[in-house]
Every structure is written in C-alpha cells, then in structure tokens.
Ligand binder design. Structure first.
Ligand code: GUN
Length: 297
C-alpha cells in the first residue's frame, strides 16, 4: 500500500485565496484593509527570508503589510515601545514579532507586551489560556494548520487515538489541546517517554514535532495511520553539494508503505503556517473592527 500524500501546499493556496476574497469584503465593510505588522530584530538570514515571504503573502491576500526591521542591538525598551505603538495603531490588526530574538531580549516579556487581540501567532499566555478553557482567541498557526489538514482528510476525529510527539508551547501543547477538543484520545510523547515506538503504534493519528531527522520509522506506525510531519530538518550536504536535503521527523518513503496518508517535507505542513497567519490576521481584523468573523475559515 502506498499512502496518499497530503498536499499542504495546495490546501494552503486555497486557504490564501479564500482569505484574500474575505479581505476585500472586510475592506468594503471597514473602509480599510486588514493590516499585519511584522517585527524583525537583527539579521538572522533565515528570519529575513521568512519575514520577506510573510510580507509578500500579506500583500497578495489583499492586506496591508507593515514591516519593522530593527538592528540587532535594539534595546528591550525600544522594542517594547514599538509594540506599544502597534498595539494602539488602528491600522494594525495583527502583530508578529519574529523569533528567535537576539539573546539580550527576553522573548516572554516581549510576547506578553503584545495585545492578546492582535497576537495572531497565538503565543501570548492569554491566548494559550483561552485555548485551554475553550474560549475563542488565537491558536498558533502551525498546529491550527495541522488540524485543518487532519479534519479535511479524516472528517470527524471522535474517538481516534492521537499521539503528538513533542511538547513545545508553539506546536505540541496546542496541537494536543486541539485534538482533545475534537474528541480524539490524546497522548503527548516527548524525549523522556518510555518505549516511544510502542506508544506511536497505538496511534490512528501521529503528529511529529521533535526536530530529529527521520526519527519515526515504518515499524513504529499502525497500519493505516494518518501522519502529520511538522519537522523541517536539513541533512548534512552530500559530497559536492552546497546544501543538504530537507527531511521531516518521519522517514517518509518507508512510512508511506504503512500509513494511509502522510504530509511530505517540504510541501506539507510548512506552507500552512503562513496561510493560517493570514487567516488569523483576517479574523483579528473582523473582531477588532467589531464584526463577526466569517464562518468556515
Ligand atoms: N519563527 C519561526 N516561525 C515563527 C512563527 O510562526 N512566529 C514567530 N513569531 N516567529 C517564528
């Protein structure tokens, strides 16, 4: 048997299209476009690429992009002052401070300074709390994107066994919460889990978010499992090549022999993150302007 590839790239493109249409509707209602502010401190090359892509995707979805690129030596007081200005700016619906920040800046304090109603990353403790008690807020983009792919593929998740590997605040914990809310039976596995292969073997749904290249093997998977691979790992380059291959946390080729469906890396979960960020920004715009957010996003 060969698993269906879950095409996150195509799903994300359709979501971005819908968000773009709703953004035009919002503009005609509110008299302005939804706005996303992205703050980048320092010159980390990967972060510069991400921020550039976010800006382009924002404009392509008929929204306003506000980019703030600050020098690496920016003080915490200056960064907090910028966030405060963005919190009070009516044209800004969503604020994203690109992580990681330079080490002299305290990420928790900066995230805490973002208005929870503009926290489209869903990283603020208020939004983590809202998710855990079932109030509407903002859910981190990557797990929400995984959930969209899962429900698109499986429909009702009630009673299914789900194993989330990884317990980060950004992926593992919110992912587990979303799965519980969808009535799955959820296990969170991590580096101290005993006999991880046996735990994964129970799972109808596996979400891998550990950051270890091709750790999850075919023999660990239950026949017919649905596998969502959040990992993006670069292998060491082969001789004569400049860059190594990108692989997930799951050994894709062999896992495809037992899974019923699996996300590839790249082209699976990755493209969903920006699409969901745009979705969250649109929802923030509707809410901040006092309207109900459109259904079905
Ligand atoms: N760095 C890498 N991914 C992300 C993300 O989704 N949000 C933020 N704020 N920083 C990141």
């Amino acid at each position: 048997m060969s698993a269906t590839r879950i095409d996150g790239k195509a799903f994300a493109a359709r979501l971005r299209e819908r968000v773009g249409e709703h953004a035009l509707e919002f503009a005609s209602l509110a008299g302005r476009k939804p706005g996303l502010a992205v703050v980048l401190v320092g010159e980390d090359p990967a972060s510069q690429v991400y921020v550039g892509s976010k800006g382009k995707a924002t404009v392509a979805a008929n929204m306003e992009s506000f980019e703030h690129r600050l020098p690496a030596e920016t003080s915490e007081a200056d960064l907090l002052a910028l966030v405060e200005r963005l919190n009070n700016d009516q044209a800004v619906d969503g604020i994203l401070v690109q992580l990681p920040l330079p080490v002299h800046l305290d990420e928790q304090s900066i995230i805490a300074s973002i208005s929870p109603d503009k926290d489209v990353d869903g990283f603020h403790v208020i939004n983590a709390g809202r998710l855990s008690v079932g109030q509407s807020g903002f859910v981190p983009c990557t797990p929400l994107g995984c959930m969209m792919l899962l429900t698109d593929r499986l429909g009702d998740l009630s009673g299914l066994e789900a194993v989330v590997i990884g317990r980060s605040n950004i992926v593992g914990k919110p992912m587990a919460q979303l799965l519980v809310d969808a009535n799955a039976t959820v296990t969170i596995a991590h580096s101290r889990t005993k006999d991880l292969p046996a735990v994964v073997k129970r799972a109808d749904i596996v979400v891998a978010a550990v950051g270890r290249p091709e750790m999850i093997r075919k023999a660990w998977l239950k026949d017919g499992a649905t596998v969502i691979d959040v990992g993006i790992n670069r292998l060491p380059p082969e001789p004569g090549k400049e860059k190594g291959k990108l692989v997930g946390d799951v050994a894709f080729e062999e896992a495809s022999e037992v899974a019923s469906a699996i996300t590839p890396v790249p082209g699976g979960v990755g493209p969903m993150t920006i699409a969901v960020l745009l979705r969250n920004t649109l929802v923030a715009a509707y809410r901040n302007a006092g309207f109900d957010a459109p259904e079905g996003l």
